[in-house]
Design a protein around this ligand. Sequence first.
Ligand code: SF4
Ligand code: SF4
Length: 285
Amino acid sequence: MKVAILSGKGGTGKTTLSVNLFSVLDKATLIDTDTEEPNSHIFLKGTVVEEKSVMKEYPVVDAKKCTLCGACGTHCNFNAIVPGQNKVIVFEDLCHDCGMCKIVCDSGAITYQEKATGQAFKVQTSPTKHYQYGKLNVGEISGVRIIEAVKKASMNEEMLIIDCPPGVSCSTVSALKGVDYAIVCAEPTPFGISDMKMVVELLRDMNIEFSVVINKSGLGDSKIYSYLNEEKIDLLAEIPFTKERAVIYSKGLLITEHDEVFASIMKNISEKVLDFAESIGGKHA
Ligand code: SF4
Ligand code: SF4
């Protein structure tokens, strides 16, 4: 069973939900795919048992073969390869390693070289539980290769929680590939709702079953409830805002270990997730 936890924007409590849900499960693996700002390791203590570089490829242009036709630049969606009047400039950090420029180069002027795009870590928190997170190197733009690397290492886990990057970027799509169920973490504020709509659209496009957890309920207004009703979206749980929880979070602690009400909300969510896992049978293995 692979459960993705995502949000329309940063700061909605997505990581709080991910790490605390992980903390109440007896056996689980968590992967933090927010490679620009991974922070699961702040809350989950453990021993780093593996650390490795993640590589990506970027184009190198042979000036002798290049006719400066411009095709590579036209087809690159990320402005990572720019044909000028005298030569082609490659911005390695912007390259998303999609392979398109080589395909469209009729002169055979493009080859690829490898470089490290970031780091992946595996941290053991107990004999039955571990988490993985990746971190992009400074200047690198795309976390897709790191997300693929940490997912590849975990896709056979019995219960996998995937803390997705915020928003609906390529990285989010990559994190969502192959998941069985998604939980959208949203705030009951006007911005929270409009950002959540994009995520809902993405999940529907990808045909992924999902429900919503409203974090910091009691703040904002009731529009989110009307939206969920109109769209027939299941409300999985509500997490009321309290100052005490904000303080526990700011200290880098697991809220489940300091707040019984919060812990029971997480337990409740975990039971519903396990029920869903059972209902889809074969995929829960
Ligand atoms: S597509 Fe090939 S030949 Fe054309 S500008 Fe780019 S590298 Fe040069
Ligand atoms: S591999 Fe893709 S992203 Fe990188 S420069 Fe070529 S077309 Fe652009």
